[in-house]
Design a protein around this ligand. Structure first.
Ligand code: ATP
Length: 604
């Protein structure tokens, strides 16, 4: 079986002739095996210049540091050139005439230059790391901030493990891009300095050397493109593998209950093998690269040495001159190769950057208004007017032409069969998503015109799956209002019916709840989330199925609390629970994405 081309790349037609077929077989031999059912799709390609443009926020304030780094790299290259030049004087003035006198001055010059070069390299190393780390830090922050603004229904479509790979590993590739720019400047300076020095020494010999040199560039460029493809594939497969591990561990109890351990391990193994194949493909490519380039380098050097002997015989060059020329040539190969290698590492880094930029391209929801309206005092009157909403990627609307009025001073229940759109309506009222058509208002103002903070302080949402954090009870409850006092936390816990449970814990409010609140029962976790919502003291309280997981006593207590709260604010509950429906002032039926009777008023 012949190995297929790198996945994702459209197959090229075989070139006619033996050479073309041989080339194709070689390419196929180094490419990783295909992995058609990878969990994570390939990120769209972005041009290098576009990557730099998108990184402007991280780079703009740091141009001077970048310029300093380029200056340091060029200065070190200049010193290197002078050091080699001095060697001609050592050979022609000290070694050939066997005269020690000029050596003292030359040794002093060497020492001085070595010290200066060492100091500049030291500064270069430290400054490069400083720049790389800070750009990485800022970019990670920007990506995370952006993800926080992506509507949760869109963000949830991303595989968590893959997002983590992008945020930690792929972001690092931006650092590589910066290092490459600085290293590239240094390598380019050395090529120019060494090349110039060679021309000065013997222009004919130099021209021959310059004909050989572009071969390296050509070979490197050919490799760079393949490296980029392979690097991107490696990241994508790593993202898939991390996602499987993350999902499998997150659903550990589900896996155990249904005895699916073997299948999960097989899934992980399959993704892991795809990573191995990609890594091996990359290794084959990495190993092939020096093989080709070394051979080219050797042929080039041998040709120039042959011609150099002829220049020596013609007395166009002194022995010192020829030795220095050859030193420049062998040293010239290194920066040329570095430039080639840089193309390779830039190509890999751009592949990582593309995956990071793809995250930044996720549509940000909930934007801050350009011209916000400020409300002095919020009463909590809300309306939904002709609202329609379709989930990202869904084929049909979840809500269509919905009208609803929510008044403070009542408990309103949204009732309807599963999938009818109750939770979606709660999301729109809480502005966790924005309507596609129509509008949602708070005190007569479109919620999109209010500062998001005003909205969050006045309208709070308790979602069906409210996460509990691996933190203390206090920090879990105070997540919604970090400045709340212990008394306020206790009051919220009391209202949520959790006070006795927390009082019985050995560390009280300081007790840690474990990952995802494992040390609590399902109903208790739900009540922690409820206490968190109650602590906000919002004018509008939106709750999605709040009685799920509560026993009869706890549900009765919660309803009493909601009734009390509803006395002076708006409380909206999406529910199936007959007890809640019975306790509501008004029941609004939701059916198949529409609200059937929008004219109902909240009873006072
Ligand atoms: N994240 C999502 N992406 C795509 N479609 C979704 C998403 N969430 C919900 N839907 C769809 O939107 C419609 C309304 O769902 P919603 O969750 O609002 O119903 P619900 O009345 O709250 O149901 P339940 O009582 O089961 O919670 C359903 O058809 C559902 O399939």
């Amino acid at each position: 079986m012949s190995a297929p081309d790198i996945p994702g790349r459209p197959g090229r037609r075989a070139r006619p002739g033996r050479l073309g077929a041989l080339r194709q077989r070689l390419v196929a031999a180094v490419a990783p095996r295909a992995d058609d059912d990878g969990l994570v799709a390939e990120a769209p390609a972005v041009a290098f210049r576009e990557v730099l443009r998108r990184l402007r926020p991280e780079l703009s304030g740091r141009r001077r540091v970048l310029a300093l780094l380029v200056f340091l790299a060029v200065a070190v290259a200049g010193i290197g050139t002078v050091e080699i030049w001095l060697f001609q004087r050592v050979v022609d003035d000290v070694l050939v005439p066997a005269d020690l006198a000029p050596l003292l001055l030359l040794a002093g010059l060497y020492l001085g230059l070595a010290l200066l070069s060492g100091l500049l390299s030291w500064a270069d190393e430290v400054t490069t790391t400083w720049l790389g780390e800070h750009v990485t830090l800022d970019l990670r922050g920007r990506v995370l901030a952006h993800l926080h603004r992506v509507p949760s229904d869109v963000a949830d479509r991303q595989r968590a493990g893959d997002v983590l790979t992008r945020l930690t590993k792929d972001v690092r590739s931006i650092e590589t891009l910066l290092f490459s720019a600085v290293d590239g400047a240094g390598a380019l300076a050395r090529v120019l300095f060494y090349g110039g020095a060679m021309l000065l020494l013997d222009w004919q010999l130099a021209l021959v050397a310059f004909v050989v040199a572009p071969l390296f560039g050509w070979a490197s460029e050919r490799f760079a493109r393949r490296f980029k493809k392979v690097a991107k594939e490696k990241s994508r497969r790593n993202g898939s593998m991390t996602s499987v591990a993350e999902e499998s561990l997150a659903a550990l109890s589900l896996v155990q209950v249904h005895g699916r351990e073997r299948e999960e391990q097989q899934r992980f193994d399959r993704e892991g093998r795809a990573v191995v194949a990609a890594e091996l493909g990359a290794a084959r490519l990495r190993a092939t690269y020096p093989l080709v380039v070394d051979l080219l380098e050797l042929v080039g050097l041998l040709s120039v040495i042959g011609l150099g002997v002829w220049a020596l015989a013609d007395e166009r060059l002194t022995l010192g001159g020829l030795l220095v020329f050859l030193t420049y040539l062998s040293q010239l190969v290194r920066p040329l190769r570095e430039l080639g290698d840089l193309m390779v590492s830039v190509a890999s880094a751009v592949a990582g950057a593309e995956r990071v930029l793809e995250l930044l391209d996720l549509p940000a929801g909930i934007p801050e208004p350009a011209d916000p309206v400020h409300l002095d005092r919020v009463t909590g009157r809300m309306t939904v007017e002709g609202a329609s909403f379709t989930y990202h990627g869904a084929s049909r609307a979840a809500l269509e032409g919905v009208d609803l009025r929510v008044e403070p001073g009542g408990l309103l229940a949204l009732a309807g069969p599963s999938g009818s759109g109750k939770s979606t309506l709660v999301r729109l009222l809480g502005r966790l998503s924005d309507v596609d058509a129509g509008r949602v208002t708070l005190d007569g103002v479109d919620v999109r015109d209010l500062p998001v903070r005003t909205l969050r302080e006045n309208v709070t949402v308790l979602l069906q799956e409210a996460p509990v954090l691996d933190a203390s009870v206090r920090d879990n409850v105070r997540f919604s209002r970090p400045d709340a006092s212990d008394d306020e936390v206790w009051a919220a816990l009391r209202d949520a019916g959790l006070e006795p449970v927390v009082r019985a814990l050995p560390d009280g409010l300081d007790s840690r709840l474990g990952q995802r609140g494992r040390s609590l029962s399902g109903g208790q976790r739900q009540r922690v989330a409820l206490a968190r919502a109650l602590l906000v003291d919002a004018r509008v309280l939106l709750l999605d199925e709040p009685t799920t997981g509560l026993d009869a006593d706890a549900a009765t207590l919660l309803l009493a609390t909601l009734r009390r709260l509803a006395a002076d604010r708006a409380v909206v509950v999406a529910t199936h629970d007959p007890a809640v429906l019975a306790a509501a002032d008004l029941v609004v039926p939701v059916h198949d994405g529409t609200v059937t009777d929008p004219t109902l008023e909240v009873a006072r």
